[in-house]
Write a protein that binds this ligand. Structure first.
Ligand code: ZN
Length: 199
């Protein structure tokens, strides 16, 4: 069954509770300030990334490393609201081969076509909740180009950017608010069937 394409910008949040606290953890690649923001916001995180989606991003970044490439992809999931608080969930990611070099990743029209083909292979309705890309060896931050991309394509409140450095093994999440980059507190969560030792 082909996935239903939800429009890029429009996503009215659905009413649903966030993952339970017992199934949320920090990320092993978090920088100190991400660990800090996780600790402070653990009960009210605005971004949850499912463990398998997180693994895909990390593996993608590591695979790019062996080819000395930056990699990038879209984060798919949903935007939700519960007891007056909004949050986004990343359930999966899609990637495509893009023209990439160690210093930049470009969004190409052809790249987008490839991404949308991959989207058609998914079997759930999705909303694009952001994008991720890697910064091999240069650490996590939002470059001017990254900020322009975020501003042009991921400027909704539920949109986030994740940057991974597979060399330093670091990860940070961001959002844009009134044109300024802010750290986005996030957590990794898992579904019960993914965790045979709990629940
Ligand atoms: Zn970047």
């Amino acid at each position: 069954m082909p996935a239903k394409i939800t429009s890029w910008k429009d996503s009215s949040p659905r009413e649903s509770p966030p993952p339970p606290e017992g199934r949320i953890s920090n990320h092993s690649w978090f920088t100190d300030r991400m660990k800090d923001s996780y600790r402070k916001n653990r009960a009210r995180l605005p971004l949850y990334v499912q463990r398998t989606a997180e693994e895909k991003m990390r593996n993608h970044a590591m695979a790019g490393l062996s080819r000395s490439e930056e990699v990038m992809g879209l984060m798919l999931g949903g935007s939700f609201v519960w007891e007056g608080r909004g949050f986004a969930i990343v359930r999966d990611v899609v990637t495509t081969e893009l023209e990439a070099s160690l210093s930049r990743v470009r969004f190409h029209e052809e790249g987008f076509e490839g991404l949308f083909e991959s989207l058609d292979d998914l079997d759930f309705d999705y909303t694009i909740v952001g994008w991720y890309h890697s910064h091999p060896g240069i650490g996590c931050f939002m470059s001017e180009t990254d900020v322009r991309t975020q501003d042009a394509a991921f400027n909704m409140p539920h949109h986030s950017a994740i940057v991974l450095d597979p060399v330093r093994r670091e990860l940070e999440a961001y959002r844009l608010r009134e044109g300024k980059v802010e750290l986005r507190p996030m957590g990794v969560y898992w579904d019960l069937h993914q965790d045979p030792y709990r629940g």
